[in-house]
Design a binder for this molecule. Sequence first.
Ligand code: BDP
Length: 599
Amino acid sequence: MLYPKMTKSRMVFQLNGIWDFKLLKEEDSFNPLESSALEGWMAMPVPSSYNDIYQGREFADHVGDMVYQRTFAVTETMKAHRLVLRFGSVAHVAQVYLNGKKLGSHKGGFLPFSFDITNEAVAGENVLTVVVSNIVDNTTLPCGRLVKEEFPGLPSRLRNLPNFDFYNYTGILRPVWLYTTPDTYIKDITVMGKMDGQVFWEVAVSGQAADCSQVSVEVLDKAGKTVCCGEGKKGVINAGKINLWSPENPYLYSLNVKVRDEQGIFDEYTETFGFREIGVKNCRLTLNGDPIYLKGFGKHEECPVHGRATDLSYIVKDLGLLKWIGANSFRTSHYPNSEEMMQMCDREGILVIDETPAVGLHTGFTATGLLGGVPNGTWKTMETAEHHQDVIRDMIQRDKNHPCVIAWSAANEPASEEEGAKEYFEPLVEQFKTQDLQHRPVTIVTYEGSSPKACKVAELCDFLVLNRYRGWYDTEGNLEGAKAKLKDELERFHKRCPNKPIMLGEYGADTIAGIHDINGRLFSEEYQVQFMEAYSQVFDSLSYITGEHVWVFADFATAENIKRVEGNKKGIFTRDRQPKMAAYYLRRRWKEKFHGQMD
Ligand code: BDP
């Protein structure tokens, strides 16, 4: 899916700003088809997660629907074109109405969707209404549970328990756009650059004159100089001697696409790409044929006040911190990050494991240990298979051209040890293989309960990503014991899958910034450093380890529960992005050990 871009043939407008907002209670009768009048509208910034914008537990933890509304003007000039309304993401289900007419709905909180509003939009004022549901249950990704709590003498209370360890921030999380295209337009572009300079492209053209239109493509270098040209909706050309894309030199090219007939050009769009190849060889992920070692984090896209909303300042700041600490990669745990983040990773040379929002696919386990339900019931209880396919399709569709995306993660910590896991995941892994032209490696990130003996999905993965908390959730305070357990488990996974690269996708210890303990007790900054050192020693003793992703980049908000003190504190940075002591340890390790230098 193409990102909205201004070109010679396209106009782009943002509908971000302050919208009218209201939480809908069960007793509220709001019919977007009949009226736009609602009592008590509040001002709500878009994009933002609505939850922390106003005070009050009831407000933040509201379960159900909310309404967003705004007006926007369409000019006669805009009306002369095809008009598209596009949402970067709305969590979790959106129903969209324009001038009282339903345009459609979209399920899934972390990927873009759009509506052609050429016929519905009028020249002059238009009223846009979005009804958003924030419920997570066993049909959504991420998964959750709706529970009716009963208390003596009190009315029952509806709670939505997330099956995952991050706050269920919801609302219109990413930018809203309005853009024009010509009647016959470029619907999609797929482009792939190989190490030998070959460029594969495929252009989807839609609209009245699509069939009789001609397509031409031009590869441009960083300076905008033409490198090579091609003709047709699909083809291969050779760009000759090229600059490969890598973390050291994230050289970006662009593919300029023009669609025309004899009279002239209809539509034009420029897509960015890089020449690089990802592979798996000798227990290593490879980039451009060379083994790579992933240094970095599992990372949430969130920060104070606006929660999970797109924030360009945090995007640039966070990637700056990744560079400062010597990291080269992160996993978008546990959902696809914003499009703007992916563009920055292309530009900065950060390697990304792109994860679906499939977290909480387990009825017997959650990270906090509090919210789980029936053991061994996951694959009979969850009704996510079809939605999971939609999400994978749309994630590939959105991110396929990004050189920064080096691998796909189908899910985080599903019940991969339960009967039915293999059957659930086999078609999904296959889907990645068939729909991603680049055939990027695929993984399913697994947890401690999915031991080398019990795991039913290891063989499906191109590389194994394991989350382990030895020394924290078990063997706590005993790092020698933790090391022994970790090494033993890694060795057994290696024995089972001798050719697969293995990496840790998560390991970490909750650490309250500013707490010190001379004996390095739990929760102190000293313990976090010793914990990192212990895990590093194990990695360095095993040749098949292809990376280390610490949990987690920065402290983050979670649902309220007695295992979390003001959220998850396993961050190497605090929530406001200040370093804990362990940041300096990792910086030394990642810069000295792997490059023999400090900036
Ligand atoms: C893992 C989850 C992650 C949690 C982490 C933790 O993948 O989302 O935040 O544990 O407990 O199980 O900190």
